[in-house]
Write a protein that binds this ligand. Structure first.
Ligand SMILES: [Zn+2]
Length: 104
């Protein structure tokens, strides 16, 4: 299956709602995709995206693991959403912890 065939298959399976963000190399390659329906960026194997149902993308649901069980959580990349505290904030918290520890 070449890149064009894969993209055609992908748009057929998901009615065009999934856009590949990385270029297709082969079916065993993990790619990054974007879903316009749930506005989520995620990683999945190319073959899984167009393969068996439990491994396909379903909006709001993470894709399943290799045993076909859907996981409770999936790591997504959300722009405009801060996942981690700033280094300054972390340093401040660390200082507070040290101070509190010293006063105990
Ligand atoms: Zn989706």
């Amino acid at each position: 299956m070449n890149k064009l065939e894969f993209e055609q298959r992908l748009s057929k399976v998901y009615n065009g709602s999934i856009t590949p963000l990385t270029s297709y190399v082969n079916l065993h390659c993990t790619m990054q995709f974007h879903c316009i329906i749930c506005d989520t960026e995620f990683f999945n194997k190319a073959s899984h995206m167009i393969g068996k149902d439990p491994q396909r993308h379903v909006c709001t649901l993470p894709y399943a693991d290799r045993y076909g069980t859907r996981l409770l959580y999936v790591s997504t990349i959300k722009p405009n959403k801060k996942k981690y505290d700033s280094p300054e904030k972390l340093a401040k918290r660390l200082n507070e912890m040290v101070e509190n520890g010293l006063h105990l």
